[in-house]
Design a protein around this ligand. Structure first.
Ligand code: CU
Length: 324
């Protein structure tokens, strides 16, 4: 784990996002930038005229990581009021109306991910779509605080998007310190180890290995068409990366554990929280890691020391970290 802590002097590098980053949405292997797909190839969700340039992405948004924008390419994430205990939202399209047609990606038409601004409380859930375009789900927001909600979806005829919006749950809750960087964590009786370190601007392999009671788990269950789903959130702005593993269950060459390998690229040096969802024993478990990454070959001259770097002592708080 100390190979990562030594990099903690790197700035969070938010400016670097305009350099190397093209990590929009799903990263798996070499990433093609979102194709210059005209946004208006779909039929039903677009009016005839009137939306002007609303749906045209700028060059800048093509290079932003996902989740930073509440509105992109004419699509906007709008939370709507919901009964207590429920979370509801709509996606409006370039014509201003709620989008009702979505492509299935990874078994679902909508992936909703939430985390507090302090990176605690991660949940990944799948809302139900009502005919009027409202998505509803039992609220994944576990208590007070400022939350970031990410909607990860592909509008039919459009490109994959991840939109993000802040949602506040009233009450007081002190920010929790981010757990220190570590390459091993426990969740629900499983031990998960992380091999590899993501590198800004290039693809690197991350291998997550699951064991239980000291024995490798070799019968992971497919979850959403894969043996694991990995989400990374960048500390500071909660830039979002959703990474899928190499290999598909049932393809004859992908083992059901104990290792699940991902190809990932982070958009900048910085501190990230990684969340691995895996399924075993008919339940989904989430293992979390703090990772500090930076390119040792690039001098971080003049970079101010980040004030938010986690202290490398104490491993406190890692087990069961806030995904209840
Ligand atoms: Cu999902």
């Amino acid at each position: 784990m100390n190979t990562t802590t030594k990099l903690s002097g790197f700035a969070l590098g938010l400016a670097a996002v305009f350099g190397a980053a093209y990590g929009v949405g799903h990263l798996a292997g070499p990433v093609a930038p979102p194709a210059a797909t005209p946004h208006d190839t779909t039929d039903g969700d677009h009016g005839d005229g009137g939306h002007g340039d609303a749906g045209h992405a700028t060059a800048a948004t093509d290079h932003l990581p996902g989740g930073l924008l509440v509105s992109d390419r004419g699509y906007t994430l709008q939370p709507v009021s919901a009964p207590a205990g429920e979370f509801a939202f709509r996606i409006t399209g370039p014509d201003g109306r709620p989008v009702t047609r979505y492509d299935v990606a990874h078994d679902k038409r909508m992936h909703l991910i939430v985390a507090r601004r302090d990176l605690s409380g991660f949940r990944h859930v799948h809302p139900e779509l009502a005919p009027d375009g409202t998505w509803r789900v039992a609220s994944p927001l576990a208590g007070a605080g400022t939350w970031r909600a990410f909607a990860d979806f592909t509008p039919t005829g459009g490109v994959p998007l991840t939109l993000g919006v802040d949602v506040t749950v009233p009450g007081t809750l002190a920010d929790r310190p981010l757990p220190a960087p570590a390459t091993s964590t426990t969740v629900d009786g499983y031990t998960v180890t992380l091999g590899g370190t993501p590198q800004p601007g290039r693809t690197s392999q991350l291998t997550l290995t699951v064991s239980r009671d000291g024995r490798p788990v070799t019968d992971l269950q497919p979850y959403l068409g894969a043996y694991g789903h990995l989400v990374a959130l960048r500390q500071g702005d909660l830039a979002y990366l959703h990474v899928h593993p190499e290999g598909t269950p049932g393809d004859g060459r992908t083992a059901a554990g104990p290792a699940v390998t991902f190809s990932a690229e982070v958009p900048s040096a910085g501190t990230y929280r990684l969340y691995l969802d895996f399924r075993h024993g008919d339940a989904v478990h989430t293992a979390e890691f703090t990772v500090v990454t930076g390119d040792p070959g690039t001098p971080a001259t003049g970079a101010p020391a980040p004030t938010t770097t986690p202290t490398p002592e104490a491993d406190h708080g890692t087990p069961g970290h806030g995904h209840n």
